[in-house]
Design a protein around this ligand. Structure first.
Ligand code: HEM
Length: 303
């Protein structure tokens, strides 16, 4: 449930980079707010039934204030659960009033053209212009998706029904989960320094002749293998922090690398045959788990 507003961002590949770009547009778009409102209502009042919904000046005045707030939120650069809850509420209000989805779609088409016009005026036909249009386009489509309730999932409805306190708890636990993710990344960075140390130590032992050449090379290769697995794990964690899923297989590959290293080392001393068999058994189990997880993940990613 907690994941669902995040999920819509992932579905649209809406990332922190997009958020930054939209924030950069804020001062430009603030200049055009009055023109936007003026042209927006000209557009809306051309729609055949618009007057039916804006019964009097009072309603339009209220709507103008609400649109101003929506416009401010749009360029705030902050798209948390509260932002999505607001959008959901707007969708609900329009729904209850019986405003056709077609009107909302058409109005969004106008809104998109208005913003592109302003971006073009400001940046000309440049690469930067394309990037701004791309990021804002994603956000407008997400807005439209939620406003027209195309993006309705059972879980979201359930989330919307939670009390204020429950929503707060959900938000706090989400922040805590983010904090744990960051801690994990810092721990991984620290750990990688240790593995680099282990690698350096293996080289040192090899060069100074503390171990035989054969053992030295195998030990060094083993610690390189672990270093590679830790790098893989960090890559996965970074992807996860950026909003992607987490590949459990990365964790298992670290364990695989560690066991393979052990086997390489133990294989050098024939008297440790029992240990070798035990490590081989663990390796087999890990291999099976890795295979089963990778097999289960693949069909989900492939479409
Ligand atoms: C497509 C862009 C639109 C946006 C972003 C938008 C935004 C909003 C917002 C923020 C509210 C207040 C919701 C609340 O009370 O929580 C609202 C209400 C309302 N909207 Fe829209 N709206 C849009 C299009 C339209 C269109 C096309 C119509 C009619 C043709 C319309 C008619 C209304 C009416 C009548 C209300 C209730 C106003 C009141 O009585 O306070 N809106 N809208």
């Amino acid at each position: 449930m907690l994941e669902n507003f995040d999920q819509i961002k992932k579905d649209y590949e809406f990332t922190a980079v997009d958020e930054e770009r939209i924030k950069e547009l804020r001062p430009i778009m603030e200049k055009h707010l009055d023109e936007f409102l003026d042209r927006l209502y000209k557009f809306i009042f051309r729609l055949p039934q618009a007057h039916k919904f804006f019964k009097n000046e009072e309603v339009k005045k209220r709507h103008t204030e609400k649109i101003k707030q929506w416009y401010k939120d749009l360029f705030s650069g902050n798209y948390d659960d509260r932002y999505f809850e607001k959008l959901h509420k707007i969708g609900e209000v329009h729904d209850q009033l019986g405003i056709p989805n077609h009107y909302i779609n058409a109005t969004f088409n106008f809104i998109r053209r208005f913003f592109i016009e302003k971006i073009n005026q400001e940046f000309g036909y440049s690469r930067q212009r394309n990037l701004y249009v791309e990021s804002l386009g994603k956000l407008l489509d997400i807005n439209l998706d939620i406003l027209t309730k195309a993006y309705i999932e059972e879980e979201i409805s359930r989330y919307m029904k939670l009390s204020k306190l429950e929503k707060k708890l959900v938000r706090i636990s989400k922040r805590f989960a983010d904090f744990l993710d960051m801690t994990l990344l810092v721990a991984l960075i620290l750990m990688s320094f240790f593995v680099i140390g282990l690698f350096a130590f293996d080289i040192y032992e090899l060069i100074t002749g503390k171990v035989s050449i054969e053992e030295g090379i195998i030990k060094t290769l083993g610690s390189l293998l672990i270093l590679w697995a830790v790098a893989e794990l960090m890559g996965e964690e970074i992807k996860h922090l950026r909003g992607g899923g987490f590949a459990l297989t990365a964790f298992i590959s670290v364990a695989l690398a560690a066991i393979i290293r052990k086997i390489l080392i133990v294989s050098l001393s024939p008297e440790d045959i029992k240990k070798l068999v035990a490590y081989g058994f663990v390796l087999l189990i890990l291999g099976i788990v890795y295979f089963l997880i990778a097999k289960k993940i693949k069909p989900a990613n492939s479409h």
